[in-house]
Design a protein around this ligand. Sequence first.
Ligand SMILES: [Ca+2]
Ligand SMILES: [Ca+2]
Length: 666
Amino acid sequence: MMMFHPLRPARAAFLPILVCLCSALAEPVAAAERQPVRRAVSGMPAVESEARVIVKFKADSSMMRALAQSPNGARPLQANILSSRLGVSMRDGRALGQHTQVLRASGISSRELAARLSAQPDVEYAEVDQRMRALAAPNDSLYLTASTPAVGQWYLRSSGAFASAINAEAAWAITTGSSGVVVAVLDTGVRFDHPDLAFKLLAGYDFIGGNGTAGAILTANDGDARDPDPSDPGDWVDSADVGANGCAAADVGSSSWHGTETAGLVGAATNNGFGIASIGRDIKVLPLRVLGKCGGFSSDIQAAMLWAAQIRVPGVPDNPNKARVINLSLGSTGACSPDYQTTVNQVIAAGVVVVVAAGNESLAVDQPANCIGVIAVAGVNHTGTKADYSNLGAGVALSAPSGDCDSEFVACSHSLITTTNTGSKGPATNTYTTGTNRVTLGTSFSAPLVSGTAALMLSANPNLTPAQVLAFLKSSARAFPVNGIAGVTACSASVTSAQGECFCTTGTCGAGMLDAGAAVAAVAVVTANISLASNAVVAGNPVTLDASSSRASGTASITNYLWAITSGAATFTSATSASTATLTTSAAGSVVVSLTVTDSTGRQASTSTTLTVSAAPVTPVTPTPTPSSGGGGGGALNLEWLLTLVASTLALHLASRRQRRAARVR
Ligand SMILES: [Ca+2]
Ligand SMILES: [Ca+2]
């Protein structure tokens, strides 16, 4: 059975551990407090100095007509009119247009004032004058700058500064990720005690050593086979290990903490005041341990893939936290084998996105990245050129930053920073990769950026299929640079020999460079939904429609409702700009009511519903009892009616007998 390895450039490329970036961890964790990063405040603050509402008056309203006819200089102000009408002391604020202005008030919340003004017949709409905030970076200390690399987490920022940066803040403006969206990281396990992974890791499972043989337990390095603890005990390889259980001389080296590094890129705690930010931000990571000393077996990797997708694996308790994304920063050589393709097909059919690192041999994409349906991710430098080690070719879906270094043996200027551990064998101090203590370099680290982005896309739109996630990642990707770096030429689609740094093409590095902001924006939706007790209504009876089940994506919220009667005989008896609306129908027939909702990012969605209106029932006319007959009147009427019936029946019977007799004698 083929052994699979974590995808990093060869161990020889790693630098010795020089520096422990302990200062970042020295910052008090307890002081970290979650704050919204940016954008409109969806809920009102607890204390407002004054209420502020933006009001648009109907141009043809009686109030506006009265104002227009007032003599100049003696115009009553709208605030005065509405203050006396509502019993709230209001002040006129700035005008935004001919019929639009700010109204301010004290002793009432902005939300309540907006609701009361919305109900006024002169008002077209009244909305809370929301406080907007500038787009802000998360407050993680290594995000903007670090000791090394000085550019901090350059790869998450906008493309203005770094050609291949993935524009994370634009994605976070739409959603910071749902804690219900899970990314399974199939790797060497994880350091649960890393403070920047606290509260971000689900329990997971250790899948190494499915058959429990001595060799499998050597690979596992935790003293047993499968167990519920995916903690990474380290995967160091001594010279004494060479020749045993697939270990070669090239494998000798310190522990990689590879799973802690990929997990940190996907979902390290973000905006928590220290360490790094992660693209997945508020999503959860499911750590599944499949790689140990000298790699891991496909049978364990495939079992973990199935388990992540909540497909039952014999001998393993059911997974309570289904993953929507599987990250595989691992691989081996060769074409996609039937067992991998079958497993990939199963998990995709279960609605799970599979993201795989393209590999680091500067050659064609290898397995399982070359399996059909997976999202194979190549690596690009900060300039957007193909990283010299990255695999390439037709199997690549798209590219993302994977760390680029001026040399493998000096401090890396554009390494990726992520969570790691200083232990050369067993775990020691939790820390971060800096490009000097440890180089985060390889397609192992471009894949997690795509996995985290996919999780944000699924947070914004949980109904996406894996094929849709792939399609939107590709269609939203940014174009590769095609020139401008001396000595670099275009990548060749014919991958017959190793290709170093080159200008990517869509035939070699996929559809383009990952743009998390564009990808999430492409799938983010707002839904308009009308609910009502019954679509069958009776003319004249009030009907209440409720749009409160309409939804905005991620951190956005519905800020505006607009109801309208598209056709039919009906009139609203309530405001048409609230989450519920009441109308009355006036005649039998159908009435179509439409709803448009707008979210806090300006996205709109519309829907409509058809009411089937029946005529109001005619009141039945009943006989009026004779006053003198009292309670027995009904009985007297019935007796009279019965006698009449008997007499008429008898007459008919006699007539019939006469007719029959006449017929016989004819
Ligand atoms: Ca174990
Ligand atoms: Ca952090």
